[in-house]
Design a protein around this ligand. Sequence first.
Ligand SMILES: Cc1cc2nc3c(=O)[nH]c(=O)nc-3n(C[C@H](O)[C@H](O)[C@H](O)COP(=O)(O)OP(=O)(O)OC[C@H]3O[C@@H](n4cnc5c(N)ncnc54)[C@H](O)[C@@H]3O)c2cc1C
Length: 468
Amino acid sequence: MRSNPADYEMIAPGSLYAIVSLLAKEPGVWVPIAGGTDVMVQYAAGKLPARKLVSIWNLPELRRIEVTAEEIRIGAGCTYTDLRRHEIVGSEFPLLRSAARWTGGVANQNRGTIGGNIVNASPAADSLPALLVYDSELILVSIRGERRLPYATFHTGYKKTLLATDELLQAVCLPRRFSGYFSHARKVGARNAQAISKVCIAALGHLGHGVVEDVRIALGSVAPVPLRLTETEKIVRGKAIDSELLLLARNAVADKIQSIDDIRSTARYRAAVAGNLVAEFLNRLSSEQPGAERGDGVLARWNGSSVDEATQAILPCCGSKAWAQGMVARRPLADESALVATSNETWHSLTQSDWMQAFQSHPRIGESRPSSEEPQSPPAQSVEWSAQEQRDLADAEVAVKLALADANREYERRFNRIFIVCATGKSVPEILEILRRRLKNDAETELHEAGEQQRQITELRLRKWLQG
Ligand SMILES: Cc1cc2nc3c(=O)[nH]c(=O)nc-3n(C[C@H](O)[C@H](O)[C@H](O)COP(=O)(O)OP(=O)(O)OC[C@H]3O[C@@H](n4cnc5c(N)ncnc54)[C@H](O)[C@@H]3O)c2cc1C
């Protein structure tokens, strides 16, 4: 059932004191609304728990970021854009910066607040794993005064928190003691129509004399609340990272996630993805300097090169000129996660003809030459990557190759473009099965599937590109 605006009342008292007084007078009656990006979704779905909204948007008391020698205190009303622009957040809390970068699109980042993300208490919220590993604390305020508690205790169950009905979240405080740590953030299965699932990781680590001195790992979307992997951390601490340790760590992650009852149906899949993410983090930790991000050299050179050079250098990762120009316009990009997040945003902002240009830069699956009929052929790097991505096809049986060629022709007749699939890691029969399944799609669904596959290809290529 949809909501009728007339059923709701919204007020906007001008001070924090006026708001907490109102909450104290009528506890549970008023729903605070900050940026409204979660509240309005609930409103539109007719699922708002109360009919009275009190706006806390732009309250100066909630919008400050204060930095002391010990901590950074971020007002609950700070938006993702505020976080992205803050120097100390950028330099000392890269995991939070990454989460701010990949939360929704630009409009959402201008409205959505860190406080809303915390109180909304979705297990998939992007900033929460970062808050866990940074040992953050929350300041809650009411007419009774302030109380401070570790963020790790705040979420008590699915969408449940320790916030009392007369309280507001005022600020989140992060201690400034992690800047020398190696940090790693990843979001799998971005929030878009084709994504099956999402797991995100925020992790910090510190090596000394070849062994893990400290490690802190948290995951989102694998449990009713964001999950700190304390048992995995214990297993890893004090050890050298080798294949045996990676296996132990993976097993510990899988045990933890599969033991979570209420997500049983997807626990296996999520456990596998989560294990991969933890292993990826540990691999990177073992091979990189604290504080450094992979591909720093490549990225620094690219950030400093001319517009033309930078466009040419990054073009083979996607094939669309508009995408390459969009990426170049967003320089400087700080690290691998910023590069990937910017790529995803840019890709989703392109027109259909830009997408077509990217699609045409690939060879038909099963062939080595690009499908493009443009006089200008794709860059050599793109051709080389395509060959690597389709490596398994060279050894495929003749019958499978013929079946693939038939299905390709049918696909091109039906959709008027070549079939795009992220072939890396897929067997030839798997690709054939995907192609046959997608032949049954309607035009719009298929365009989005192709677009998502191209986004994945681009992401993998960007990571390869960074390795030089
Ligand atoms: C298109 C779209 C894309 C999105 N993408 C992402 C994404 O990629 N990752 C992600 O994590 N989230 C995403 N979100 C969800 C949302 O944007 C975030 O959770 C955002 O941080 C919510 O902040 P807000 O200020 O808009 O919260 P609101 O909607 O204003 O409030 C959310 C909840 O928090 C309460 N609240 C807010 N502030 C306070 C406070 N200071 N004290 C007490 N209670 C408070 C409200 O009462 C409400 O219950 C997306 C939403 C949309 C609509």
